[in-house]
Write a protein that binds this ligand. Structure first.
Ligand code: SAM
Length: 251
């Protein structure tokens, strides 16, 4: 997987991405990362990349031409029109299945806006996906691009080692992950659940599945609608909800 980031702040991308698991994957050749400075494609006296929006209004807008030329340089290098993600609060909200799907691409270009955003005309010409990382506004697209790259990279074969496998993590099957514990067996008077010490693999799996479902029902009930649950599991959720209601009524 090759990441190409079009940005006014390349150092932010390079510093943010070259550590830990992602840094190791880059060093080992599972990923490549280039940060293309859009300002290098502003061929005016002061390498200016922004201007006032027509019609007035607050703030400045990134101009079309430097963004287009930076994109064109990448497209020429890789020999085709690449998939281009524009990070914007106006996009579809990013999630794990998008990460999984994007991880199949050979090249992904991330376009980071700044100020009030980017001239619409260049977006129309080069952007294939409009993606937001949540319903709030940030000062630039660099953090969202890093969030997306981190998540997409984890789905690229070889990036995670076996013991870091992403298969059983939260959102797999639309369930949150079960609670986990490490040594010591007792901490602040809290004991690790007995079943996890039993060595009984089937019981451990059963407990983990129940905990995943319960945790999802408690924290992200919206996800449950898309999860594949058995009738027995739906019944257990109903029982749990009933119990919750009884407990609340008694308080
Ligand atoms: N004026 C724009 C609007 O109202 O939609 C917001 C511009 S924002 C201040 C500057 C840049 O930050 C955007 O162009 C985008 O690249 C990035 N950005 C801000 N919030 C974001 C979010 N939630 N998800 C993805 N990118 C975001």
């Amino acid at each position: 997987m090759n990441f190409h980031v079009l940005t006014l702040f390349p150092e932010m991308i390079l510093q943010g991405m070259n550590t830990s698991i992602i840094g190791r994957a880059i060093a080992n050749g599972y990923l490549s990362l280039e940060a293309v400075n859009i300002r290098d494609y502003a061929f005016n006296k002061h390498q200016k990349v922004d201007d006032y929006p027509y019609g007035g209004g607050a703030g400045m807008l990134m101009q079309a031409e430097p963004v287009y030329l930076a994109w064109e340089a990448v497209a020429r290098r890789i020999g085709r029109r690449p998939r281009v993600v524009y990070l914007t609060p106006q996009g579809s909200v990013f999630n794990q299945s998008m990460a999984r799907e994007m991880a199949k691409e050979e090249d992904l270009v991330f376009l980071c806006g700044h100020y009030e955003g980017i001239d619409e005309r260049v977006l129309e010409e080069i952007v294939t996906d409009y993606v937001s990382i949540g319903d709030y506004v940030l000062t630039g697209g660099e953090l969202p691009a890093m969030v997306m790259m981190d998540s997409v990279a984890r789905m690229v074969p070889g990036v995670l080692s076996n013991h870091e496998s992403g298969e059983t993590e939260s959102f797999a099957g639309n369930l949150l992950e079960y609670p986990q514990y490490s040594r010591p067996e007792e901490w602040h008077g809290k004991k690790v659940p007995e079943v996890l010490l039993s060595g009984h693999h089937a019981n451990i799996e059963k407990w983990r599945r129940e905990q995943s479902i319960l945790r999802t029902a408690k924290r992200r009930p919206d996800l449950l609608k898309k999860a594949e649950l058995t009738n027995k599991e739906w019944n257990e959720i109903r029982q749990w909800k009933k119990q919750q209601k009884t407990d609340a009524d008694q308080e």
